[in-house]
Ligand binder design. Structure first.
Ligand code: BGC
Length: 533
């Protein structure tokens, strides 16, 4: 995609909506200051295939050398789709905890029952991991209690005497050699636990603690932790369970773009050093790896495109240097990047006149960027910005009068106006488009590690995904898929990968794995119980 891609995207998205009248006519000319800022984010769009190649090279090397990336798992196969059973499933992410009961019906799909979700209170993210896990155990108790209330008395008695089997999805790096235990590794997304504990023991201890406080009127069953895995892996397993590879498609990778970002693929053991290869079972074949594609080692391909705002965001992060890629694409950071760029755009405005949230670290929620990008015109964008930054004094009327421009000083104070709202929308689009391009390039890079694109030229490659950025951010998925196709087409022309037979187009598509964390946790538990991992 050429460097003018961002303006193309803005124009295309607006022309596709007849009501988007303001967005189709440029409301104000883009001032040189803003044009300069936008250009920094457009830079990678000029060479997405080259970035994908750089990712591929670095991922090959990280698979061989990194101790904290391309982490091996004990999983050697994708589900057959025949797995059956009823499992308690837990998905502990960077922002939310979800607990549910999942029924797998083999060839007949699955059902998610009694699903509940909570946002994780900020204060549990630092300090002792035990405190977070006690809260998690309590939430498990809530869901199990509710489920017991919903089932018939016979089923209830059976569960209380036999216990429940639990599958866990954990959205952080882990060291794992068996399905039912996992050693926590350093975590991102604002989590600052320092201890390296076994997740399984932490949860068991917390749940046993809860069991010791139950009363005969509200009993809870014992839990058997069957499996633990990363959310990228759950995503791939859940999608593969529901949509097997067919004659025409192949589920080849799982990616996450939500609060954080990550990917998994089946990696031939020959691409891994002896220390990452399975110690038992056949020494050939492939295993699922948790790439942790955002951690430090991934930095080299990003270096040429790292802006001063990326550097600032990183320096102010809880763990500078830990996840440079995530800081450019993760939902936790997109809003913060936009805020930092806006501070430069509005540098002529006295700081005291800027809205408080604009001056606060993480004061600009990524959801606002998403809403502004989805807004039908600049007036709606303006109302959203006024409501968010200045709810007490904002007028939600689209005729709100501007008191200044983005660079003007005004004795009455600075206020959002149509030109500044339009600038905000362009900056937000630039930041999210760069993110979509980088996720696309990294995805193709991961597919290079297992030679996925060199084989199966006749099949459409499916990259299964979850995460709020891919699921909810307007047109992020489409932008990402567009960049992936651009890379694939270029690589076919360059002879790096074979063309599809009979003149068909080679395709890599994104496929949503709905509730991937929860469903994948249960699917893996089912695979383990049936001895098919
Ligand atoms: C974590 C990964 C996780 C990803 C998406 C990253 O911060 O390190 O383990 O898969 O976020 O949730």
């Amino acid at each position: 995609m050429a460097p003018s891609a961002i303006s193309t995207i803005i124009n295309n998205s607006s022309t596709s909506d007849a009501s988007n009248t303001n967005a189709t006519k440029p409301t104000t000319p883009i001032l040189p200051l803003e044009a300069g800022l936008l250009k920094k984010f457009e830079a990678p769009l000029a060479d997405v295939p080259g970035i994908a190649r750089a990712f591929e090279v670095i991922y090959h090397s990280l698979a061989l050398t990194a101790s904290n990336q391309f982490l091996p798992t004990p999983i050697r196969a994708l589900p057959t789709g025949e797995e059956k059973g009823r499992f308690l499933a837990l998905d502990l992410g960077g922002t939310n905890l979800r607990v549910a009961v999942v029924r797998l019906y083999g060839g007949d799909g699955l059902k998610v029952c009694t699903q509940r979700s909570w946002s994780i209170p900020e204060h549990f993210k630092s300090g002792a991991a035990e405190v977070l896990f006690r809260w998690v155990a309590d939430r498990i108790g809530d869901v199990v209690g509710e489920y017991l209330g919903d089932v018939g008395s016979e089923e209830r008695e059976r569960i209380l005497s036999e216990g429940m089997e639990l599958g866990i999805t954990f959205s952080f790096p882990m060291e794992q050699t068996t399905h039912d235990s996992a050693l926590l590794m350093p975590m991102g997304k604002g989590f600052t636990f320092t201890t390296t504990n076994d997740l399984s023991s932490l949860l068991k201890m917390a749940y046993d603690d809860l069991l010791s406080t139950t009363t005969p009127a509200h009993p809870l069953p014992k839990l058997d932790i069957v499996s633990i895995t990363n959310d990228s892996i759950s995503t791939l397993l859940s999608a593969a369970y529901l949509h097997h590879s067919t004659e025409n498609t192949r589920a080849a990778a799982g990616i996450i773009a939500g609060t954080g970002t990550n990917a998994t693929c089946l990696c031939p053991v020959s691409k891994l050093p002896a220390s990452k290869q399975p110690t038992s079972g056949p020494s050939t074949g492939a295993i699922l790896v948790n790439t942790e594609w955002s951690i430090r080692g991934t930095a080299p391909p990003l270096k040429p495109y790292t802006t001063t705002w990326d550097v600032q965001l990183d320096l102010e992060n809880e763990k500078p240097g830990f996840q440079p890629f995530e800081e450019m694409v993760g939902g936790r950071y997109l809003g913060e990047l936009v805020r930092l760029v806006c501070l430069d755009l509005f540098s002529n405005v006295p700081k005291s006149q800027l809205p408080e949230k604009m001056k606060l670290r993480y004061g600009l929620d990524t959801r606002l960027c998403s809403a502004v990008e989805a807004s039908v015109n600049d007036d709606e964008a303006l109302s959203l910005l006024q409501d968010y930054f200045d709810p007490d004094t904002s007028s939600t009327s689209s005729t709100a009068t501007a008191t200044t421009t983005t660079t003007g000083e005004d004795p009455e104070g600075w206020k959002w106006d149509p030109p500044s709202a339009a600038s905000f929308r362009r900056i937000s689009t630039a930041v999210s488009t760069r993110a979509a391009a980088l996720v696309a390039a990294a995805t193709i890079g991961v597919l290079g590690v297992n030679d996925e694109l060199k084989r199966h030229a006749e099949k459409e490659v499916l990259v299964c995904y979850t995460g709020t950025v891919l699921e909810k951010y307007p047109t992020f998925r489409e932008r990402c898929e567009g960049f992936m196709m651009e890379v694939v087409e270029r690589w076919v022309v360059e002879g790096r990968i074979p063309p599809a037979p009979s003149g068909k187009r080679r395709a890599v598509r994104l496929a949503e794995a709905k509730d991937g964390g929860i469903v994948g946790a249960a699917v893996l538990a089912g695979m383990v119980k049936e001895g098919r991992t």
